[in-house]
Design a protein around this ligand. Structure first.
Ligand code: AMP
Ligand code: ZN
Length: 461
């Protein structure tokens, strides 16, 4: 089966053909590390994690190189350091550690390489020099600017005319620019700002240049897929293409460009002033990471997501159902299965995760119906393989069904265990009325008790 993806560059769905099947190369723009990731920042991480998993399944786990950078030189970081009085490195190190924790909680595999901009200054300077030598960039007042008019292909990715680009990007008009659309490759740093020696004096790179240089170092001049959020198409990705293609004598940079849609909250743009701004960390305090992941995958990656509490609730109920099915099969030993075709086929069709999730539920239905079938183990294996392809089923079914989320009403786990102990004591004392009362109290909270030979177990119904 072939993978088909929507290529933002050609604006159509295309069959994916890697340059080298033994080394499939993917680059995704990572975070600028000055603050905790918000739930919108998590969208590309989850989306491209699914792509990474699909590519690993198709080409082999060792045949895929996934690079996701860390932008640790940026004016937003400098501004945060000035505001807080903290050292830049303290801010970036803390933010990277938090980012790892949060993205791990969402079940995202770590990328193969996570390059940091501060560790790639030399290749950034080299690329800038090449662009100057080839007539695509010029120095002016300590800045080096990319000359947009030197690149006839400029605007191809975003499909915008020069006038639209200038109007849309609120391009900074500066006296040293030959053309207002020209953008910064290198800019001077004052002594209080991070800076590196360069042929143009002490300075620092522009954001777009960082990704061109890091992708070149880790993936080569031309690679397979470049991803990021749709907001990055212009100017970030347009400028990346211009820099890389011009530095590499017209070679195309990435062959396929993929962009995830935007995330809105309860129908509005997420913003601190509207009070609907959620960090991944805020949400993880109340919801398991897998619920956030499922909520994300329930919408196709190119559609906008409206992130709602109701959506998370629904995702949790869907996961509860899948975990209940797995729990019913817990005593059955199974071999590992391949990803079932009903799950894989939609994933290969431009990562249709909502359809893949629906297929998982169909498998669960079949599994539940096959309770007395002697070959029922195969359903468990298929369900597990399908869920894992989507990065789900990271929990033990028992733990999942018992956990009490911070936002749920009802008893804590310790309170439930205490009530069960009280009920056992009541039964021991032949106080069956009290035992039944306790069972009723728990049932009213959706806690189901199951008395078996090994004692009493419980789950949330
Ligand atoms: P940043 O740290 O702002 O450079 O963003 C990191 C990644 O998150 C980029 O790929 C952005 O496109 C993506 N992103 C930021 N905000 C949103 C949002 N609200 N919805 C979807 N993706 C987003
Ligand atoms: Zn980038």
């Amino acid at each position: 089966m072939d993978l088909t993806i929507y290529n933002s560059l050609t604006r159509e769905k295309q069959r994916f053909e890697p340059i080298d099947e033994s080394n499939v190369r993917l680059y995704v723009c990572g975070p600028t590390v000055y603050d905790l990731a918000h739930i919108g920042n998590a969208r590309p991480v989850v989306v491209f994690d699914v792509l990474f998993r699909v590519l690993r399944d198709l080409y082999g786990a060792d045949a895929v190189t996934y690079v996701r950078n860390i932008t640790d030189v940026d004016d937003k970081i400098n501004a945060r350091a000035t505001e807080s009085g903290e050292d830049i490195r303290t801010i970036t190190e803390r933010t990277v550690a938090a980012y790892h924790e949060d993205m791990d909680a969402l079940g995202a595999l770590r990328p193969t390489v996570e390059p940091r901009a501060t560790e790639h200054i030399a290749p950034m300077i080299a690329m800038t020099q090449t662009l100057i030598e080839r007539g695509h960039a010029y120095e002016a007042e300590g800045h080096v600017l990319f000359s947009v008019s030197s690149d006839p292909s400029y605007g191809q990715l975003s499909g915008r005319s020069m006038d639209e680009m200038i109007a849309g990007a609120r391009i900074e008009v500066a006296p040293y620019k030959k053309d207002p659309a020209d953008f910064v490759l290198w800019k001077p740093s004052t002594p209080d700002l991070p800076g590196w020696d360069s042929p143009w004096g002490r300075g620092r790179p522009g954001w777009h240049l960082e990704c061109s240089a890091m992708s070149e170092v880790h993936l080569g001049e031309v690679f397979d897929i470049h991803g990021g959020g749709i907001d990055l198409i212009f100017p970030h990705h347009e400028n990346e293409v211009a820099q890389s293609a011009c530095a590499h004598a017209g070679e195309p940079h990435a062959r396929y460009w993929m962009h995830n849609g935007f995330l809105m909250v309860e129908g509005e743009k997420m913003s601190k002033s509207l009070g609907n701004f959620f960090t991944v960390r805020d949400l993880l305090a109340d919801w398991p990471g897998e619920v956030l992941r499922y909520t994300m995958l329930a919408t196709h990656y190119r559609q906008p997501i409206d992130w709602t509490r109701a959506g998370m609730q629904q995702a949790r109920e869907s996961l509860d159902r899948l975990y209940r099915t797995l729990k019913a099969f817990e005593d059955i030993e199974t071999d590992e299965a391949d990803i079932p075709e009903s799950v894989l086929a939609p994933l290969l069709d431009d990562l249709n995760t909502p359809l893949a999730l629906a297929a998982l539920h169909e498998l669960a239905t079949k599994a539940n119906k096959a309770k007395n079938d002697p070959t029922r183990g195969k359903y468990k294996a298929l369900l597990l393989a399908g869920g894992q392809a989507l990065g789900l089923f990271g929990s033990d079914p028992d733990d999942w069904l018992k956990r009490r989320d911070g936002n749920a009403d009802g008893q804590t786990e310790a309170e439930i265990e205490q009530l069960i102990a009280d009920r056992i004591a009541a039964r021991h004392n032949k106080d069956f009325g009290e035992a039944d009362r306790i069972r009723g109290t728990l049932a009213a909270q959706g806690i189901i008790l199951e008395d078996g030979p090994q004692g009493t177990t419980w789950r949330r119904g």
